[in-house]
Design a protein around this ligand. Structure first.
Ligand code: 13P
Ligand code: SF4
Length: 357
């Protein structure tokens, strides 16, 4: 049996080791006094994980001190979905936003899923309701519905398949039919339409929808939801960056407008953007996405310069910190629950997506 102070000594040592690890990566990004506090909290999270048989999944947008310390897996929405589906831990702490934690719960009905903040929502998930989807289905009978992963469980329950930014075009192409409903991100739908050579329709609420017939051109039917972060990027931002740094490579998330995507050198999911930077010969990149990700990429690519527009932040992802992740594990909060019937129907849509390679 351990002496009472033995645990504290080992936690102190773990905090020191963690501080050294974080300092090596983040000395230029996070002030030293804050790194020390973050390292202590992170060491505590790692101890709690062991004691409770928990894992931490961390989205690419997490703050640098969290991203580089406590997650067992980091990645984009699709990669974290796959990690959630494969774990045998008893507790999953989701360092991301609510729709991601709900997806993990749907995939693991018997496990405890925790989200460290109740305020971690998403403007896309808020932009559409299950009633909206039911009216779309009435207006376009028989047309399959693809719900972006950035939706809540009750919305996914109305869909035939889910998709993420990493596989949206593949999922649309895998479904049979002249038309597909792809909701709720209007910009993503336009970008996927371009990629798959489809025309795009945005029915007005209350309209009769009588302008589509089976056999018409391949179409995508969309919804005018927006990511409050990515809608802010403008073509002018890219022009300004290129004027100052003619060698810059510009990367845009597919939730950006089609004009911004068109003016960029590359568009892909958050992990696809990270891979692009790692594999590119260019020394300077502009990331048009939540700015924290630039810090995370810069920390492990010291030879590459990351330009980012840090006035554009996701207020939801930013709710999650190392400190509230520690509290989540200490207090078992905030527990994610999904109604059984909704979870069963949403699971079908998620499984269908995961089966599409
Ligand atoms: P990814 O699936 O590309 O990680 O994107 C999630 C997200 O919320 C982007 O804003
Ligand atoms: Fe939602 Fe946009 Fe934030 Fe991603 S960045 S969680 S899409 S609000």
């Amino acid at each position: 049996m351990a002496f009472p102070f033995e645990r504290d000594i080992s936690r102190e040592t773990c905090a020191k080791v963690m501080y050294a690890k974080l300092k090596a990566k983040l000395a230029d990004t996070v002030p030293d006094f804050e790194l020390k506090m973050k390292a202590e909290a992170a060491a505590c999270v790692n101890e709690l994980k062991k004691n409770k048989n928990a894992i931490v999944l961390g989205h690419n947008y997490m703050e640098p001190a969290l991203f580089h310390s406590v997650p067992d897996f980091t990645g984009d929405s699709l990669e974290l979905c796959r990690a959630a589906a494969e774990t045998d831990a008893d507790i999953i702490v989701f360092c991301g936003v609510r729709f991601m934690a709900e997806t993990a719960k749907i995939l693991n009905p018997d496990k405890t899923v925790l989200l460290p903040s109740e305020k971690a929502g998403c403007s896309l998930a808020e932009s559409i309701t299950p009633d909206d989807v039911r009216s779309l289905k009435e207006r376009f009978p028989g047309v399959p519905v693809v719900a972006y992963i950035n939706t809540y469980a009750d919305l996914k329950a109305e869909a035939d398949a889910c998709c993420t930014s990493a596989n949206a075009a593949r999922v649309v192409e895998a479904l049979d039919g002249d038309a597909v409903i792809l909701i709720p991100d209007g910009f993503l739908t336009r970008n996927v339409a371009k990629e798959t050579g489809r025309t795009v329709l945005f029915p007005k609420p209350g309209g009769n929808g009588g302008y589509w017939m089976a056999g018409d051109d391949l179409q995508l039917i969309g919804w005018e939801g927006r990511c409050e972060v990515h809608e802010k990027f403008q073509v002018q931002d890219i022009e300004n960056a290129r004027a100052q740094f003619p060698d810059v490579k510009v990367l845009a998330h597919p939730e950006c407008s089609p004009e911004v995507v068109e003016a960029s050198d590359f568009s892909g999911s958050t992990s696809a953007m990270i891979r692009y930077v790692e594999e590119s010969d260019a020394t300077r990149h502009l990331l048009l996405t939540e700015c924290t990700m630039g810090d995370n990429v810069a920390a492990v690519n010291p030879d590459k310069e990351m330009l980012r527009l840090c006035s554009v932040r996701c207020p939801h992802m930013n709710q999650i910190t190392v400190e509230n992740t520690r509290t989540a594990l200490m207090k078992n909060q905030f527990v994610i629950e999904v109604d059984e019937d909704i979870a069963r129907r949403a699971r079908k849509a998620i499984d269908r997506m995961m089966a599409i390679q």
